[in-house]
Design a protein around this ligand. Structure first.
Ligand SMILES: *Cc1c(COP(=O)(O)O)cnc(C)c1O
Length: 377
């Protein structure tokens, strides 16, 4: 890829090569549904994370939906969630029949913190869903006991944060219900996919039934009987063997991706220190596997337009949800979310980029900021 091709994309899937053969083999095997390849992927994820159980599903949206159901969230309940997230987080709350209660964020990290979560709690709060924006772990330990005592479950939207750590613990290992995305542009891709980390074996079993239409016998047992039992509600959320085959290759190569994403983010941080109008949203790179690189800039819309004209794949992650038409019933003022929403811009960030690409983006950004400022004089 040339610099111009590479930096014209904001994000892109990254394949190591063996995914092609792995997919072909899964296709040749002729059983595409949930099967032993899916279970092997789950076991490998569990080993990587150091947790007893991982339940794979076909998206993080599905993982969030099931986690809310596992936490007993339903009609009449409120779920505290940042407005600064992908709309899927909010849709999952509505899918569970509950209502979002939007929380404000810290302007430096774009994540909720103990203060903004506490300020959003009401007597109807049943769950809190921090979003690990950019791959950064969100530390709510200070209020964890308090939430527990109130019967409030913490469910992490860790769509960005596979491989990241809180202190020395990998995200997903410290006892919260955690949801990962393995979508096309995430740190690890199955093309489409996701996983949830249950809190105990009983929850794992319930999650496995919910993702497979309420059927609890494993496939191997099912095909040997003339009957099967449906034990309760369920969705068609399982991860196909073909997608799992891609995920297994990606997981085996994950250390290289971790290294690459950290190096790219650090290269941006170095280049951008010279630009005094540009603030970098901090992902705690020493402990995180960065998902994106987001800056805060004045005259954002104009800088964005200039960079797009120069074929730089800038993006905005995300337009806030509390001002979306679909979620307007739950609007409440969120000063920091609203202030940062007009300033944030995501720079091209994906593992095929080089440090040379980063230099190029940084110099175009400098130029675009200069143009925007001179036009404002
Ligand atoms: C990608 C993403 C999701 C949804 O993940 P899917 O696997 O696409 O369903 C949820 N939350 C955030 C923050 C995301 O970036």
């Amino acid at each position: 890829m040339t610099t111009s091709e590479s930096v014209s994309r904001n994000a892109a899937p990254f394949l190591h090569g063996p995914e092609f053969a792995a997919m072909a083999e899964a296709l040749r095997a002729g059983q595409y549904g949930h099967n032993t390849a899916t279970e092997a992927f789950e076991a490998e994820l569990a080993e990587f994370l150091g947790v007893p159980e991982v339940v794979s599903v076909n998206s993080c949206t599905a993982a969030l939906h099931l986690s809310l159901l596992l936490a007993g969230v339903g009609p009449g309940d409120e779920v505290v969630v940042p407005s600064q997230t992908f709309c899927a987080t909010i849709q999952a709350i509505l899918m569970a029949g509950a209502q979002p209660r939007f929380a404000d964020i810290d302007a430096g990290t774009l994540c909720v913190d103990t203060t903004t979560v506490r300020a959003a709690l009401t007597p109807r709060t049943r769950a809190v869903v921090p979003v690990l924006y950019g791959g950064r772990a969100v530390d709510l330990h200070e209020i964890r006991d308090e939430l527990n005592d109130l019967g409030i479950t913490m469910i992490e939207d860790a769509a960005h944060a596979f491989g990241s750590r809180l202190g020395s613990d990998l995200v997903g290992t410290d006892g919260a219900l955690t949801c990962f995305s393995f979508g096309p542009i995430k740190n690890l891709t199955c093309i489409e996919g996701g996983a949830l980390i249950p809190r105990d074996p009983d929850e794992a079993e319930r999650a496995r039934a919910l993702r497979l239409m309420g059927v609890t016998q494993p496939q191997a047992a099912r095909i040997r009987t003339t009957d099967y039992q449906v034990h309760g509600p369920g969705w068609r959320y399982h991860l196909s063997a073909v997608h799992a085959a891609v995920g297994r290759v990606q997981l085996a190569h994950f250390p290289a991706i971790e290294k690459k994403r950290k190096a790219l983010w650090r290269a941006y941080a170095r280049e951008l220190t010279a630009l005094d109008k540009v603030g970098l949203v901090d992902v705690d790179v020493d402990r995180s596997v960065p998902f994106n690189c987001v800056v805060r800039i004045p005259h954002r819309d104009q800088v964005f337009a200039t960079m797009r004209d120069l074929n730089i794949g800038v993006g905005v992650h995300y337009p806030p949800n509390h001002t979306q038409p679909a979620f307007s019933a739950w609007y409440r003022p969120l000063p920091l979310t609203e202030a940062t929403a007009t300033e944030i811009m995501s720079l091209p960030f994906h593992p095929a980029m080089t440090e040379h690409d980063v230099d190029h983006v940084a110099s175009v950004l400098e130029q675009a900021v200069r143009v925007a400022e001179s036009e404002k004089l």
